[in-house]
Design a binder for this molecule. Structure first.
Ligand SMILES: NC(=O)c1ccc[n+]([C@@H]2O[C@H](COP(=O)([O-])OP(=O)(O)OC[C@H]3O[C@@H](n4cnc5c(N)ncnc54)[C@H](O)[C@@H]3O)[C@@H](O)[C@H]2O)c1
Length: 440
């Protein structure tokens, strides 16, 4: 049943520029994937915007529509790609080096990929110690760098005739740092940029540039790129949608699928031991303990919010949760993740679950980037601003919408919230699964 309150959504006309700080394995797998899909060479598997459906009304209405037809999302043909990287390799060379996609597919896309050349990056060695590239902005203050980024974005928009833009951080994981005084207000942050405050991370400078220009931005890494008061204040002031953080792929995806099931059946958990081997550049960066610490904090948070140990101490009050990532070059991007889960059931009897997930990280991450681009662009056209909680579905560490509000980690609740938000935007009833007479 349609409600009166449909949100006005501006049409998706013209080109949508997609700007990625970081054009490595994930970035190039996403770009090449979209190019392949729009040429009809492959299917956009794993993308909710391209393959997902949404039910409207009662089950007896039999009204299920493809999401991409239900909402005015940008067309894949209208996407234009660009970005920054500390290596000057074009998207073809970077994709080849990442080793995710097969050479024959890349060869078919070579011309388009070669035309995508990364702009010089805002980079500080201290933040990503195991990375050494020279495609970086010249010396200057952090404010100078922010201004360079703004010029880059405006020039890209002009050059490609883009109607709108979206940014997604696909750069490396930066070292772990808590926000400090410089992050607490816009004034303090801008003064910090002028003084090149060492606590301001490169990814935060990109976020600042996007916020200043009113362009929606997503953060695919576990860095605190968008998680500090100054940037959220700026997002509010300039009415920008933001979302993060850390793409939910691989082992954490499995965790957020399995853990809600154990919780739903009130099965106890003594311990969850997760280990991975990974051989791509991301693995190499994470070999630095300070970069790994950022990732570890993001990965460890998941179980606590799903199991809520404070509410069920007898089931989840004493979980030993360990996460390890080992850099192991022979595997490249094809990660292997093992989980050993010690659970217990009726009368406390112990059981074990073992998972061995031979996954492909960037293959799982690329459709997430696509969905985020299209949904953030939709959010902008629908006038949604600030932290987009309905996009928590995509994140290992969903950003809280307000201080003290815990983020939802259960994948199925996240999906319900996402779809109900889409229904709300169109003025359709949310689906609550209540009320037999309505066959909800
Ligand atoms: N692949 C996944 O499943 C997955 C899941 C969750 C999070 N992530 C995160 O996504 C990010 C990208 O992963 P990836 O596998 O593509 O890594 P990658 O190492 O292949 O690519 C990252 C790229 O970012 C570039 N870079 C680093 N700092 C930069 C800066 N300041 N400006 C511009 N470019 C910069 C690097 O040169 C590199 O090319 C990582 O932070 C990773 O932790 C990936």
């Amino acid at each position: 049943m349609a409600l009166e309150s449909a949100v006005e959504i501006a049409p998706a006309k013209g080109k949508l520029g997609v700007l990625l700080p970081g054009m490595g394995a994930v970035g190039t797998t996403f770009i090449a994937g979209v190019l392949a899909v729009r040429r009809g060479l492959a299917q956009p598997i794993g993308s909710l915007t391209q393959m997902g459906t949404i039910r409207l009304g009662k089950r007896t209405d039999d009204n299920v529509q493809p999401i991409r037809e239900y909402l005015p999302l940008a067309d894949l043909d209208d996407l234009v790609f660009g970005g920054w990287d500390v290596f000057s390799d074009d998207a073809y060379v970077a994709a080849e080096r990442a080793g995710v996609l097969e050479p024959p597919l890349l060869a078919e896309l070579a011309e388009e990929l070669r035309a995508i050349k990364p702009m010089p990056a805002v980079f500080e060695q201290e933040y990503v110690r195991n990375l050494h590239g020279d495609n970086v902005k010249p010396e200057g203050t952090k404010m100078d760098w922010a201004m360079h980024l703004i010029e880059d974005i405006e020039a890209f928009q002009k050059q490609h005739g883009c109607d709108r833009l979206v940014g997604v951080w696909c750069g490396s994981t930066e070292i772990y740092k808590e926000p400090t005084a410089v992050h607490q207000s816009i004034d303090a942050f801008e003064e910090g940029l002028r003084q090149s405050d060492p606590d301001i991370a490169p990814s935060q400078i990109y976020a600042y540039a996007f916020m200043k220009l009113g362009i929606p931005f997503a953060n695919g890494a576990p860095n605190l790129t968008l998680d500090f008061p100054a940037i959220l204040e700026l997002a509010k002031e300039n009415q920008v949608a933001v979302t993060g953080k850390d793409f939910k792929t691989g082992q954490t995806l499995m965790k957020t699928i399995l853990a809600p099931g154990l919780k739903a059946r009130m099965l106890g958990v003594h311990g969850w031991y997760s280990t991975n081997i990974l051989g791509n550049r991301d693995g190499e960066v994470l070999d630095d303990p300070d970069s790994f610490k950022t990732k570890e904090v993001s990965k460890l948070g998941v179980l606590d919010t799903i199991f809520e140990p404070q509410r069920n101490p007898e089931l989840y009050g004493d979980i030993h949760h360990v996460v390890r990532i080992n850099y192991y070059p022979p595997r490249g991007d094809n990660k292997e993740g093992w989980d050993n889960i010690d659970i217990f059931g009726w009368l406390g009897y112990p059981m074990q679950i073992k998972i061995d997930f031979l996954c492909r990280d960037s293959i799982l991450a690329a459709p997430i980037v696509l969905d985020l681009v299209l949904f953030l662009d939709l959010a902008r056209r629908a006038g949604l601003t600030g932290v987009q909680e309905w996009l928590s579905f995509y994140w290992k560490s969903p950003q809280p919408v307000a201080p003290g509000v815990y983020p939802e980690h259960d994948l199925f609740i996240q999906l319900t919230k996402l779809k109900n938000t889409l229904r709300h935007l169109k003025g359709d009833e949310p689906i609550t699964h209540l009320g037999a007479e309505y066959y909800q």
